[in-house]
Design a protein around this ligand. Structure first.
Ligand SMILES: *[C@@H]1O[C@H](CO)[C@@H](O)[C@H](O)[C@H]1NC(C)=O
Ligand SMILES: *[C@@H]1O[C@H](CO)[C@@H](O)[C@H](O)[C@H]1NC(C)=O
Ligand SMILES: *[C@@H]1O[C@H](CO)[C@@H](O)[C@H](O)[C@H]1NC(C)=O
Length: 816
């Protein structure tokens, strides 16, 4: 799976220098000063050995030869790098003021990274302890990466580093294509060359052995003369060809892969501004090569031509499970021009690395995206590892954060102004492009992209924005507070349970936890409800639970009967952070008291594995419950199926709104509200829970991005998907979808007719708001008044969406 057009904002996971996933033997260096400053000590945020990697000699200006090399073992999409010097608890003071990056996909051809202005040198550290993060624009697709310290005078240098990104699952190693051409519109020229291609351009105008704009994760806009990127030429996002240059009537592109793969589809993002004679391809003929010979019979596909809608689109070509390590496709012109901005491949996951990806995909969640992006603004939001934080560095970090936030705001303003300024800028673009110049350069990547300003803004932007929420909590006589840090809690399943203001956290921790230890032996395992990175959720029977329950808590079950409970348990090998989060989650859960929120009953924390025992309700989750039922009416009478009346549907929806009203009053953001996360008890009572995102039953409801993150995209607001922003307003959006599920009796997945990629594209339409977004349709059973509530939950502007109070009130009015 590739994440199509939105990679850059979400693909920002630490790749394992600090986390330890990268093995010592995969870290090497040109030299080392001593055994205790060997390459393996070059891990960001590590203090082992003498505290960093240091080369044998001091680094001289004009002689960049020392390097720290990381082998990622497979191709990765790398969007961000972090560096740090040698602090060693105050003993060290060496760092790299500047550095360069080289990368390689095969270990033999090394390419120097350049930013979009063509500059190779990256500004590094100013002191030995602060972490400095730099976005790579454009990102790198590589297996090997080298950090090469650069200095302006002879000095000793030490480095600790981290790479951020995700696995490059396309497996594409290079593509060969004819160079892009220049289009002359009446007003200005449009340059359709592949400006970030990192291979060679040989004299017959062919690009070879590289990757570039067709794999950079950025899709072009509908109007090809515009660009995502500020201050580059018209046509920047596209590579385009004119039919006059191709007497054969086709453009041939050859794709080489890392190994033989089982291909399912190819997606080609094409422009379709037919009024300018630009169209998608008329036909594509693909040849496959698995060993040394090309298969004799090619695959042919003709997409439907569209002369109504000029928007750019993905054309999906079914590759029918062909096995190949190289694919050669001939794209036939449908009109004078053919413009592509991205090409992605989907192939089977039958191999071992694919399997690992699948497991990772199951077990972790979108909290990683946020945590990686948090790191990206600077180390500012990280509380871990205070060892290298000196008092005055906190101030600097704070200033760094503010500068970063201001910078992001400026970037947003710039985008808004940019469309207006664009026309004027075009007049200045006057250099003429010589067609097909002869050049050969094996060590080049002129890079001109900035992703910070395309519509999928890196999640860092939004996290920093959500950081300063002003909240008012009036709970237990607690005073108001003006600013709250949002603490992201990673639940045991690896899902993010609730985002909680830190102040509330302190309050919670100030009191005794009101739950008791439960004897583990009284739990009997029944079935597994879910699983995550750090543990599992089991359905169990508990004996004698009644004694452990609060008096105030009504449990409608007779004494001495075993009670059904959900038991979340932490794996005994979970790391310290996961344990701390688990204990925090217990504290928080123990304070949540609402008839419509699942209750924490007891815990087992005296010994491993740590467990929390929550209620479970006899009718299971609302999704399964409603799937088993039918609306009241003729049909149900005939089929003799159990029914639920419209009033009871409303009653259940009202309870969800009420539970959410309670959570939102505490500023808790649920992030995964859906019928699958609501439990049904006797008499249609509902309690909101969170089982994490790993239940097999619902795996189709979650979308896996580039290996690790799992997102319930069909329930997510546009700003959550594109900006990584989760707020009560995005919970309101999810509530609208949940309401829609209820009125459909959960017989249909939201947007079932759209693929995951199309759902994300639709999200882009919500963002652009040009009336092309698709809303979920009004369910048959649903009166206009109720559909109006749903539509209000899906308003583009978060401020215009109703609050849970308002929703709750409106639902009470509808309920007869
Ligand atoms: C692409 O065209 C632009 C605009 O003329 C030019 O500045 C740039 O060098 C070209 N890039 C390549 C790789 O040919
Ligand atoms: C390719 O994958 C498909 C679907 O998973 C499978 O049916 C087919 O057997 C695979 N082909 C080969 C040659 O392994
Ligand atoms: C190129 O396309 C245009 C528009 O479809 C057509 O009129 C022209 O004949 C084509 N030229 C060649 C060489 O095929």
């Amino acid at each position: 799976m590739s994440c199509l057009c939105c990679c850059v904002g979400v693909c920002r996971y630490p790749l394992g220098m600090s986390g330890g996933q990268i093995q010592d033997e995969d870290i090497s260096a040109s030299s080392q000063w001593s055994e205790t400053t060997a390459a393996r000590y070059g891990r960001l945020d590590f203090e082992e050995g003498d505290g960093a990697w240091c080369p044998e000699m001091s680094v001289e200006p004009d002689n960049v030869k020392e390097f720290l090399q990381i082998d990622l073992r497979s191709l990765h999409f790398i969007t961000l790098v972090g560096t740090q010097g040698r602090h060693a608890g105050g003993m060290g003071n060496e760092f790299a003021q500047m550095y360069k990056i080289k990368y390689s996909r095969d270990g033999s051809r090394w390419i120097s990274w350049r930013n979009r202005q063509g500059k190779q040198v990256i500004e590094g550290n100013r002191n030995a302890y602060d972490i400095v993060l730099k976005d790579l624009e454009p990102p790198i697709i590589a297996r090997f990466v080298r950090f090469m310290p650069v200095t302006d005078h002879s000095m000793n240098v030490c480095m600790r580093v981290e790479l951020y990104g995700c696995e490059w699952l396309d497996g594409l190693v290079s593509y060969n294509a004819p160079v892009g051409e220049q289009m002359t519109l009446p007003t200005y020229p449009v340059y359709l060359n592949d400006s970030v291609y990192d291979g060679a351009i040989i004299y017959r105008c062919v690009m070879t052995e590289g990757l570039g704009q067709l794999t950079d994760g950025v899709c072009g806009l509908d109007d090809f003369a515009l660009s995502h990127v500020y201050n580059v030429w018209p046509g920047y996002d596209y590579v385009g060809w004119n039919n006059e240059s191709f007497p054969s009537e086709y453009v041939e592109i050859m794709f080489e892969f890392d190994r033989i793969r089982n291909f399912t589809t190819m997606k080609v993002h094409c422009n379709n501004m037919f009024s300018w004679h630009v169209k998608t391809f008329r036909q594509v003929v693909c040849y496959f090569r698995s060993e040394s010979d090309w298969e004799a019979t090619p695959l042919t596909f003709s997409p439907v031509m569209d002369e109504k809608n000029p928007s750019a689109r993905f054309v999906t070509v079914n590759l029918a499970n062909h096995m190949a390590s190289a694919i050669k496709c001939q794209f036939y012109f449908a009109d004078a021009w053919m413009l592509f901005s991205e090409i992605t491949f989907q192939s089977g996951t039958e191999t071992i690395s694919g399997l690992i990806w699948l497991i990772q995909g199951r077990t972790s969640s979108y909290v990683h995206i946020l945590s990686a992006s948090l790191k990206s603004v600077s180390a500012c939001f990280l509380e871990e590892n205070p060892t290298h934080k000196v008092d005055d560095s906190n101030t600097r970090i704070l200033i760094g954060c503010l500068v970063a936030i201001i910078f992001i705001l400026v970037a947003i303003i710039v985008i808004i102004l940019w469309r207006q300024v664009w026309q004027k800028m075009l007049e200045k673009v006057s250099s003429s492009l010589k067609k097909c110049t002869v050049q050969y350069d094996t060590d080049t990547s002129p890079c001109m992209l900035s992703y910070g300003v395309k519509f999928c803004v890196p999640a860092a932007t939004s996290t920093s924005a959500s950081k300063s929420t002003t909240t008012t909590v009036v709970q237990d006589g607690v005073p108001h507070y003006a600013e709250a840090d949002i603490v992201n809690l990673q639940g045991v399943t690896g899902s993010n349970t609730y985002a909680i203001p830190a102040v509330t956290m302190d309050l919670l921790s100030g009191k005794d936890v009101a739950v008791e230890e439960f004897p583990r032996k009284l739990l009997t395992f029944k079935e597994k409800l879910g699983e995550g990175q750090f543990g599992e959720v089991h359905l169990c029977e508990a004996e004698g639970m009644q004694e452990f329950m609060n008096k105030e808590f009504l449990f409608d079950i007779s004494e001495d009967q075993p009670v059904l409970v959900a038991v979340k348990m932490l794996r005994s090998d979970a790391n310290k952070n996961a344990r701390n989060d688990f204990l925090k989650e217990i504290k928080i859960m123990s304070r949540l008291k609402d008839p419509n929120i699942i209750r924490l009953l007891a815990v087992c924390i005296y010994s491993d594995p740590l467990c929390m025992i929550t209620e479970y309700m006899e009718n299971g989750d609302l999704n399964q419950f409603l799937s088993r039922h039918e609306p009241e009416g003729q049909l149900a009478l005939l089929s003799n199926a159990p029914t639920v009346s419209f009033n009871n549907l409303c009653y259940m929806a009202t309870q969800i709104a009420s539970g959410m009203k309670y959570l939102s009053s505490l500023n808790f953001v649920h992030r995964d509200l859906a019928t699958r996360n609501c439990l049904v008890g006797k008499n249609y009572t509902i309690k909101i829970a969170d089982f994490g995102m790993s239940r097999n039953l619902y795996s189709g409801d979650y979308y896996r991005i580039q290996g690790r993150a799992v997102l319930p995209i069909r329930w997510m607001s546009w700003e959550s998907i594109l900006l990584g922003k989760f707020t009560t307003a995005s919970d309101v959006w999810a509530f609208g979808v949940t309401l829609w599920e209820i009125l459909n009796f959960c017989k249909e997945q939201p947007y079932s007719q759209l693929t995951d990629e199309q759902v994300i594209e639709n999200t882009g339409e919500f963002f652009r708001d040009q009336k092309r977004q698709i809303y979920l349709p009004q369910p048959v059973l649903c009166p206009d008044s109720l559909y109006k509530i749903m539509l209000s939950c899906w308003r583009r502007n978060t401020k215009e969406r109703p609050s849970f109070q308002e929703i709750h009130r409106a639902l009470l009015e509808i309920q007869p």
